[in-house]
Ligand binder design. Sequence first.
Ligand SMILES: Nc1ncnc2c1ncn2[C@@H]1O[C@H](COP(=O)(O)OP(=O)(O)O)[C@@H](O)[C@H]1O
Ligand SMILES: [Mg+2]
Length: 341
Amino acid sequence: MAAAINMIIQASHLTKQFKSVRRKEGVLGTLATLFSHDYEFKDAVTDVSFDLEPGELVGYIGPNGAGKSTTIKMLTGILVPTSGHCTVNGIVPWQDRQANGRGIGVVFGQRTQLYWDLPLVESFRLLKAIYGVSQASYDRHLKKFSELLGLDEFMRTPVRQLSLGQRMRGDFAAAMMHEPAVVFLDEPTIGLDVVAKEAIRNFIASVNKERGTTFILTTHDLNDVEKLCARIILIDHGRKLYDGSIDAIKKRYGPNRLLTADFLTDAAGVDIRMPGVAVLERDGQRIRLEFERERVRADELIVALSRQADLKDVTIAEPELETIIRQIYERGLDRSGPAPQ
Ligand SMILES: Nc1ncnc2c1ncn2[C@@H]1O[C@H](COP(=O)(O)OP(=O)(O)O)[C@@H](O)[C@H]1O
Ligand SMILES: [Mg+2]
C-alpha cells in the first residue's frame, strides 16, 4: 500500500478488551475474589481503524464510556491492544516507548504532567532537559506560548496554586515544548471557562497551522470540534460509527437549514409553497421555516418571502452539530437524517 507511507498515524483493527475478576460482596467475598477465576470482560474498543495524514486535526468523539481514552492510551503506548495494530510516526507505541515519547505530546484534561510543587517555569526547564531541547528553541517556544496562552502572569506561581484554566494552559505549553509531530488531547477543555477554552482553541489552531502538528482531540464539547476540526471520527460502544468531514455529516444527516423571517407587518397571510420548505412556527410578525439546503436556494426563498410582505430581517442557521450527533447516537446511523426519497 503505497499511500500508507504518508500516514503519520495508522490504526488498524485496534481492539481492547479489559479483563477483571468479578468482585464478590463482603469479607468472605473479598477472600473469594482473590482466588476467583470468575472473570468479567469489557469490550472497550472493537475493531477501530483509521489513518491520519500529517497536519490533520481530527476530533475523536463519542459519549461517556465510548472508548475514546482507551484508544488514546493505545496510540500513546500506555496500553497494549488485545488485538490489532497501530503506528505513530512510524513507531509501534507500546514497543518503543522512549522513541515514541519524543515524537508525541499528550494532554489529559483530568491529569497534569506539571510538577505540583514547583513554579510553572521550573516544569518547563525540566522538560527542556528531559527532551534535550536547545536553549534557542526553548526561548523561542516559551515566548510564543506565553503570548498565545498568556502564561506570563503565573509563570512563577507553584502549579498547586494555579486555577484549572491556568494549569491547563501550562499543560498545553508543556506538551508542546519538544515540538512533537503528533499531539493527543484527551478532554483538554473539560471544566474550563469560556476564556480559557478560547485561548486553548486558538493555541491548537495556531500550532496546527504554523508547525503542521497533527492533533487528535477527544472532547465532550462539540464547539471545540466545530471550531477546530475539519474531520471527525465518531465512536460509540467501542466501535467506529463515522469517519469523515463535518460538512459531509451535516449534509447527510442534517439536511435542513432554519430561516427566521421578521416582517414589518403581521405575517399571518404569508404563504410559502415551495418544494423542500416547511413552516415550523408563526408568531405575529415572525415566521420560522425549515428548508432543504440541497434543494432550495436561500436567496430564492428570501425573494419569495419578500414578495408577500415587507421584510425587516432574515437570519439563517445551520443545524447544530450537537443535534445531529445526538440523533445518530439515539437512532443509529442508518435511521438518522432524511428519509430516502
Ligand atoms: N482499566 C479498565 N478496566 C476495565 N474497564 C475499563 C478500564 N478502563 C476503561 N474501562 C471501560 O471501558 C469503556 C471505555 O472507557 P473509556 O475509553 O475511558 O471511555 P471514554 O474515554 O470514551 O469515556 C468503559 O466502559 C470503561 O468503563
Ligand atoms: Mg475518556
